[in-house]
Write a protein that binds this ligand. Structure first.
Ligand SMILES: C[S@@+](CC[C@H](N)C(=O)[O-])C[C@H]1O[C@@H](n2cnc3c(N)ncnc32)[C@H](O)[C@@H]1O
Length: 345
């Protein structure tokens, strides 16, 4: 069946009898359905069985010869030709198969991916699905990614799995060493290059480092800063979680952008993952202030994604208390954070 598929499709395009064509495709559908495998291999490329079934059903449901041939040609194209854009490896001729790539602006992610060395142990890390989604949308294999707030290295783990090279910057030496150790336990199937820098992202001379490493620029940058002082990551004064005021936090974050954005290629993307905070009876829209820092530097806002926010263990234990406080105080309990997507002009 595998090798026959392309032949059946091209033969059907020569036929002029609709019933005959439909009979061919009915037989094909029967065979594909019977196969126990999830994917069908055609010319060494695996095609999702569900996708093929959907396309063949559409062909079978059509009533005119002209329309039927239109769908057959479309199927042929998706099986034999590729269509790419400049920012990722997705084959747009087979876009229907990427049903796990989110394109809506509301992300409800319930279960954390805990495969391989991923773990929820680092307080304040993000779930692996965030960098996974973003790297597949905004990078190609072999490109360079920057994460100036590395933490437990979720981005670098995903980059390694997806065949993207990456640099992570982390202020805490202890955290950095632990992250390096953890990642070294994962397989590196694409021989990806990962670099770990123990530096202050608001002071780093990235140019010097890039020159030394013969890296020209980045094709994607992902920022996951502390949400100001919500979680204190260290006692280091340069740690953004120790910023003395909102202004101080934004100034320091702005310096990180000034150090990193010049080395992002034009037309390429950057993302920031950030939540708001509540302080002295006032909702501080930290996310929107941080978004503005990118816009102030000429970046184009492409999307605002709202992602559900899992309760932290501490909050979970105090759920009732927070509900009471919310009812009494006229506010809402945090359940979301933001992912802002930007493009460089
Ligand atoms: C929200 S966490 C990032 C978590 C990461 N995305 C993960 O999945 O593990 C922020 C990290 O930024 C680091 N950090 C804070 N200030 C920094 C600075 N000035 N330069 C570099 N890293 C900094 C903290 O130590 C912390 O590990």
């Amino acid at each position: 069946m595998k090798n026959n598929l392309i032949n059946i499709i091209s033969d059907s395009l020569k036929k002029t009898e609709l019933t005959e064509i439909k009979n061919d495709f009915s037989d094909l559908l029967f065979e594909i359905r019977r196969s126990k495998k999830k994917d069908v291999l055609i010319n060494d490329i695996s095609i999702k069985k569900d996708f093929l079934i959907g396309e063949i059903n559409q062909i079978l449901e059509t009533h005119t010869l002209e329309r039927t041939k239109y769908y057959i040609k479309r199927l042929m194209k998706s099986l034999t030709e590729t269509k790419h854009n400049k920012i990722n490896d997705l084959n747009l001729n087979r876009w229907k198969e990427y049903d796990d790539i989110i394109t809506d602006s509301l992300w409800i992610l319930s279960k954390r991916d805990s495969s391989g060395v991923h773990h929820a142990g680092y307080w304040g890390n993000f779930i692996p699905q965030i960098p996974n989604q973003l790297l597949r949308r905004y990078t190609k294999k072999g490109e360079w990614v920057l994460d100036p707030f590395l933490g437990s290295g979720t981005t670098l783990i995903e980059a390694q799995r997806l065949g993207r090279n990456a640099i992570g910057i982390e202020l805490s030496k202890k955290v950095l060493n632990q992250t390096k150790k953890t990642i070294s336990k994962e397989k590196n199937p694409y021989s990806v290059k990962l670099k770990f820098l123990n530096e202050d992202s608001s002071e780093i001379n990235l140019k010097r480092f890039l020159d030394e490493s013969a890296i020209k620029s980045f094709q994607f940058q992902i920022y996951h800063p502390p949400y100001w002082d919500i979680i204190k990551f260290s006692n280091n004064k340069s740690d953004l979680s120790n910023a003395k005021s909102l202004n101080d936090f934004l100034t320091k974050f702005g310096k990180v952008l000034d150090n990193c954005l010049p080395y992002l290629d034009k037309k390429r993307f950057a993302a920031v993952v950030i939540g708001d905070k509540y302080s002295d009876g006032e909702w501080i829209p930290l996310g929107f202030y941080v978004m503005q820092e990118f816009i102030n530097r000429g970046m184009i806002l492409k999307s605002t994604i709202v992602k559900n926010f899992d309760e932290t263990t501490a909050k979970r234990n105090q759920k009732e208390l927070w509900r009471y406080r919310a009812l009494a105080g006229g506010f809402y309990v945090f359940k979301h954070e933001y992912i802002f997507i930007f493009q460089k002009k």
